[in-house]
Each structure stands twice: as C-alpha cells, then as structure tokens.
Design a protein around this ligand. Structure first.
Ligand code: PHE
Length: 349
C-alpha cells in the first residue's frame, strides 16, 4: 500500500535523468527533506529510497516537535555517470521544476551528494529550498548542526550506560567520513574520545591520521570492539547478520535509514544494544535549518533546539525502559501521537 500523499517522477527536461519527489505527509505542515543525488543500479531503487527516506522525515519532524511534514527528493544517477558542472546545473534546475510543481507542499535541502551551493542553484528557480549559502539568505551547511545533534544523542546514551554525558575516554567507531561523519569525528576527538574510523574513499585516511584515529576497512569496522558504533554513511548497514556480530553497547549515528529491515531494532534490543532511531540522532540539521529559516529564531535558540535532542533521547530511553519497549517503538508511538493529534477533529477526546 502506498501511504504517501504524493509522489512525482519526472524525466528531467534538461538532463533527461529521473527526478523523484516523494511527499509522505503534510499533516504537521509543509513537507521538507533533502535532495539525494546518488548512483543507483536502477532508477526504481532511487524511488524505493525516496519512499523510505520521506517517511522517515515525517517521523523526524514529529519526534522533534516541529510543524513540518516529511518529504525527500532523489535524482537516480546511472552507475558510473559523473556530472560535469553544466550537467549538474541542468539536473538541479530539473529538480527545482519538480519542487515548484508541488506549489509549496515540499521544500528541499541538502542530503547525500548535495550541499549549499547546489541549493543556491535550485534557488534560482524556486524559493522552496533550505540551506542556501548565508550570502543568499540561507542557513548554509546543515552538516555541522547534524553532527552537533548526533553528539547530543550520544551524550544521553553515554549517561545511560556510563553515568556521564562526557565522551572523554569512550571508544567510538565512526562509519563514514563525509561532511557529517568527519565533523562528528572532530567533535569527538576534541572531547577526548578514542576513535576508530572508516570510509569507502581511501583518501579519507588523512582525516583519520589528523584525528589520531585507528583506520579499519568498512567491512571490519562494524564488528569493532568499541563502546558505541556510529553509522554516518549510507543506509541499511544494520542487517540481521551484522547485529549478531556487533561488539558495542550502543549504535547511535546520523545516517538515515540504518535498519536493513525493521525487525533489526528488536534484535538489537535482545542483544542489549541501545539503538537510537536514526531519525532522532540525525535531526540536528533540519532542526537548525527550519528553526532559523522558517521560524526565524536566533542562532542561539536554534542551537538550543539542536542540543535538546539530548533530552528527547533521554525521554525515549526512559519511556522504552518503563514500558519494556525498544527506543524505536517509543519514538514511533510518540510520532504517531503527534500526528494523530493534528488529524483528529477538534473536540475528539
Ligand atoms: N539531509 C537532511 C536530513 O535528512 C535534510 C535537510 C537538511 C532538509 C536541512 C532540510 C534542511 O535531515
């Protein structure tokens, strides 16, 4: 069953590439969610990704208590296709057309494969775009805020497991050194955490050296003997098989859609491994962008909202423990309650 409000698939007029925009829900407000510009074996895999990622955005906003809905855009690049500058502009303008056709029901932002400069190009055609560079009136790169939000989630988990919010002396394995992963690794190193890191791009080894971190291959790192595993790359890393091999006490990271299948959350719970739902641990970026660009709060207030992810995770872990649930169940019940509250007619109990 399709539970999305609207999904549009265009062949880009300029690029001839598949442009997908999925709006999962506008129950809480106009939908927002990033633009993923990524390679897929088939454009239908990009569609699957857009459907899952947009649904996760609905939960992300609901749990964060923000009046926005869930959406996502995906441009499914054929394997091996590299975009030169001109073609990239064409693609981004095609995405902008698709966004404009939603008439404000969806606004985009950066995601895997896109950044503030891309948002500037989209902004040439539509105003429904977050995170343009500051000189163009946007809130700029969202990744430092996503990293801060994940750090806040890690503090809550550390307090639960070790009685202190400080990550000094804790061992963490960061999987993926993209914009968010590398930023988070830097924050953790500055706090005195012992890091093991990886990336599919071997050039990122220089970041490991800079941070005095141990480098492992992407395959090895998941089973590393560390306190906390931090997925910060693409989704579906947590398979049934990987969960059996984990040697950490918690999994908390900014990657979207970490579970290969939903039952993996239960398997983690049975292994006594705390899993903070990815839509909570990754919400710092959107929280900052929406708070500053849509709600016009000060930078300080926006940062406070990002730091409040620590309280959100505290509450979820409390509720989960009290009710004998996984944190994922606690988060999904909270999201459902907030979504139901707006869809219920006034006066219903
Ligand atoms: N990539 C961001 C996320 O998954 C999406 C985003 C960031 C959307 C900033 C709007 C603004 O949360």
């Amino acid at each position: 069953m399709l539970d999305h409000e609207k999904v549009a698939i265009h062949t880009g007029r300029r690029s001839r590439l598949p442009v997908i925009v999925a709006v999962h829900s506008t129950a809480l407000g106009p939908a927002a969610g990033g633009l993923r510009l990524w390679h897929y074996p088939d454009w239908r895999d990009g569609l699957t990704d857009a459907l899952r990622l947009s649904a996760a955005m609905t939960s992300k906003f609901a749990v964060a208590g923000l009046p926005s809905g869930g959406g996502k855009a995906v441009v499914a690049l054929p394997e091996g296709l590299e975009l030169d500058a001109e073609r990239r502009r064409d693609v981004l303008h095609d995405v902008a057309d698709a966004i404009a056709s939603f008439g404000g029901a969806y606004a985009t932002g950066p995601d895997v494969g896109t950044g503030p400069d891309d948002m500037a190009v989209i902004g040439e055609i539509t105003s429904h775009v977050f995170c343009r560079p500051a000189h163009l009136g946007g809130s700029g790169d969202s990744s430092p805020h996503t990293a801060q939000g994940t750090l806040a989630a890690l503090r809550a988990v550390s307090r639960r497991l070790y009685g202190t919010a400080s990550l000094a002396g804790r061992s963490l394995a960061v999987v993926g050194l993209g914009r968010v992963g590398a930023g988070l690794a830097r924050l953790l190193a500055a706090e005195g955490a012992a890091l093991t890191v990886t990336d599919v791009d071997p050039d990122k080894r220089s970041t490991a050296d800079e941070l005095d971190a141990v480098w492992r291959s992407p395959d090895e790192i998941l089973a590393a003997n560390v306190d906390i595993l931090v997925p910060a790359a693409l989704g579906s890393v947590l398979t049934r098989q990987i969960v059996a091999e984990l040697r950490c006490r918690a999994v908390v990271g900014p990657a979207n859609n970490q579970l290969a299948t939903l039952d993996v959350a239960d398997l983690l719970h049975h292994r006594d491994i705390i899993w903070v739902p990815d839509h909570v641990a990754s919400s710092g970026g959107v929280i900052n962008a929406i708070s500053t660009e849509l709600h016009h709060v000060s930078a300080d207030e926006a940062h406070a909202r990002v730091r409040a992810i620590e309280d959100t995770v505290d509450d979820l872990l409390d509720t989960a423990q009290r009710c004998g649930q996984t944190p994922a169940q606690a988060a999904s019940e909270l999201a459902m309650r907030r979504l139901r509250a707006v869809s219920a007619p006034v006066g219903t109990p």
